[in-house]
Design a protein around this ligand. Structure first.
Ligand code: PEP
Ligand code: MN
Length: 338
């Protein structure tokens, strides 16, 4: 971190600044100019926020030279993180994983039927929401525990591990017992209390990018989970809010190379929430595979018109299988299996 002070800053203020940072365990190098002074801070500056330094009226400018995250930072962990879920490896050069299933779990029979269908199409995980973050309080809120148990039955029959969204800390024991990957939804990406709680869990966490969050804020949220001791963070880009209204969100595919450069964590793309329209899902899934995604999360429903949520973006099982077929070809072209 580099800090410059204003012209005419008294010596006593300069000494105080140095003293403060040294007390924080940082070493401070001063470059003295005729009018201005520049301080170079060396050490762990992750605890220092630029805006707090700027609270000192003698400080002119603050520049961070290293990222504010440590555990997620590729600089300190050059090799890709690989997460093992019941023998399926996510990240590195492992085969691209696919999490597929309905937006909301709609009962045992239906879940089994869809689980068989997506497995047939080549899915590696069954996804499904039992606790749903709905914009309207009057919309279907999810089957709760019953939905989680429906997914467990589908796992027993198909062998596919299950991915489901956690919205409230009170459900952590249930998720520890039954769920293989804990999803933190876009709306909770900065629910820091929840992030701290999943940081104490013993399950991988699929952290979706917030509706209007920068990549750095998203990585900082992964850092919360990792700082709690849970190193098994997986990032999921699901589209962000822009001025564009032709799609539900705007898929930020450039997040793939950026996340891979800055972190060692696996990245999954969700083309369903990103586009909000089944017609565009396949195209964006192909693009994600070409761009180096470690996996996809795709909503699938046998009767989208009657889905309990997000029907407009659900692929029917036959379309999902077609998409998978094409994705495998793209994966092979970029040197990945799927
Ligand atoms: C979901 O996966 O069903 C979901 C609600 O996703 P997001 O948090 O990305 O909107
Ligand atoms: Mn959904």
């Amino acid at each position: 971190m580099i800090i410059s002070t204003k012209k005419g800053t008294p010596q006593v203020e300069l000494d105080r600044i140095v003293d403060n940072f040294e007390k924080m365990g940082l070493s401070v190098t001063i470059i003295r100019g005729t009018d201005y002074n520049v301080f170079g801070l060396v050490g762990d500056t992750t605890k220092i926020a630029e805006k707090d330094v700027l609270a000192n009226p003698w400080v002119e400018n603050v520049t961070r030279v290293s990222a504010p995250y440590k555990r997620a930072n590729r600089l300190f962990h050059p090799q890709d993180t690989v997460i093992d879920v019941r023998g399926i490896k996510i990240g590195g050069n492992n085969p691209i994983v696919v999490m597929a299933g309905p937006c909301s779990i709609e009962g045992e029979e239906h879940t089994l039927k869809l689980a068989r269908a997506v497995k047939e199409g080549g899915a590696t995980f069954l996804r499904g929401g039992a606790y749903k973050p709905r914009t309207s309080p009057y919309s279907f809120q999810g089957l709760g525990t019953e939905g989680i148990l429906d997914m467990v039955k589908a796992r027993t029959e198909t062998g596919m591990p299950i991915v489901s969204e956690l919205m409230d800390e009170v459900h952590i024991p249930e998720f520890e017992a039954y769920v293989d990957i804990v999803q933190i939804g876009a709306r909770n990406m900065q629910n820091f209390q929840l992030l701290k709680a999943v940081g104490k869990m013993h399950k991988p966490v699929l952290l979706k990018r917030g509706l209007a969050n920068t990549i750095e804020e998203w990585i900082m949220s992964a850092e919360y989970i990792m700082a709690g001791g849970n190193e098994q963070a997986i990032l999921c880009e699901r589209g962000i809010r822009t001025f564009e209204t032709a799609t539900r969100n705007t898929l930020d595919l450039s997040a793939i190379p950026v996340v891979k450069e800055k972190t060692h964590l696996p990245i999954i793309i969700d083309p369903s929430h990103a586009t909000g329209n089944f017609k565009y899902v396949e195209t964006m899934a192909l693009a994600a595979v070409a761009a180096g995604a470690d996996g996809l999360e795709v909503e699938v429903h046998d009767n989208p018109q009657c889905a309990w949520s997000d029907g407009a973006q659900c692929l029917k099982p036959d379309k999902f299988a077609e998409m998978m077929e094409k994705c495998r070809k793209v994966a092979a072209a970029v040197g990945r299996e799927m």
